[in-house]
Design a protein around this ligand. Structure first.
Ligand SMILES: C[S@@+](CC[C@H](N)C(=O)[O-])C[C@H]1O[C@@H](n2cnc3c(N)ncnc32)[C@H](O)[C@@H]1O
Length: 246
């Protein structure tokens, strides 16, 4: 028993050491992308997280009778905390209800949803394609939310991934959503930044800025931060329940 315990401990520390070494190696390899700017978002101090926000969205969309889709479920930390009778979770690796990628799911299902949470592959192009598919499938007046729109350092958002805490570069999609038509867009300042989109029209348009954003680095995020529509959780609740902030 004791020997098994020590063996597991040694295996664990060897694998975490190897992970740290490979992270260090990648950080050196990509150091030309380094940007000194840092943000101390202090997520712990906010008192709310994505679970609280998604449940606010579902409450506003019909509560228990609403329909919910989550892209990327992992350990079901969010999925199991969502109080909706009709819920689907899509993940090729673990969690949720459908073992497949988001692209596979959207190509085989035309189901409609009241609330969709996008938290799958955190790369701009994939988050963008998940967003477009989700906006097609969400009801008019319904919500699409996105995890991880507010990275704190260049390393945290770098693609490929350089460390275990990783938002990816989906912040680039946030810049496009600022210019969208037929959609309301905010970013709630909780839990690595939760993007919140309400579908106002079937004729919504999100501009295509891929040429500019594809290779943009963290400096571009820093330069655009002031223009992003950041709101607190309390203001988000007002936005969700009344549709505007007045
Ligand atoms: C950050 S985790 C999700 C966390 C979860 N939503 C939560 O709030 O606890 C990201 C998950 O996305 C999954 N994923 C990766 N690529 C995906 C894809 N193309 N489509 C759907 N899910 C994907 C991964 O397997 C991983 O479990």
């Amino acid at each position: 028993m004791l020997i098994r315990f020590y063996r597991r401990l040694i295996n664990l520390s060897v694998s975490s050491l190897l992970r740290k070494l490979s992270e260090k190696f990648l950080q050196i390899k990509y150091r030309s992308y380094a940007v000194a700017k840092k943000y101390d978002w202090d997520w712990e101090s906010k008192g709310f997280n994505r679970v609280a926000l998604v449940n606010q969205l579902l409450f506003e969309s019909g509560g228990w009778n609403s329909s919910y889709l989550e892209i990327g479920c992992a350990k079901n930390d969010l999925f199991f905390s969502v109080g909706a009778k009709n819920k689907i979770g899509v993940d090729p690796v673990e969690g949720g209800t459908h073992r497949m990628t988001s692209d596979e799911f959207f190509s085989e299902s035309s189901a409609k949803f009241d609330v969709i949470f996008i938290d799958g592959l955190h790369k701009y192009e994939q988050a963008r394609s998940d967003a477009f598919n989700a906006l097609e499938r969400v009801a008019l007046g319904g919500w699409v939310a996105f995890h991880d729109f507010l990275p704190s350092t260049w390393k945290e958002q770098h693609v490929p991934r350089l460390q275990s805490t990783w938002t990816g570069d989906c912040w680039k999609l946030a810049i496009e959503l600022c210019e969208a038509k037929g959609l309301d867009f905010k970013i709630v300042e909780i839990d690595f930044g939760v993007g919140l989109v309400r579908k106002r029209s079937h004729d919504w348009v999100v501009p295509d800025m891929r040429d500019i954003l594809k290779d943009a680095d963290f400096e571009v995020f820093a330069n655009n931060l002031e223009a992003l529509p950041l709101i607190s959780f309390e203001t988000a609740v007002q936005f969700i329940n009344h549709g505007n902030l007045s």
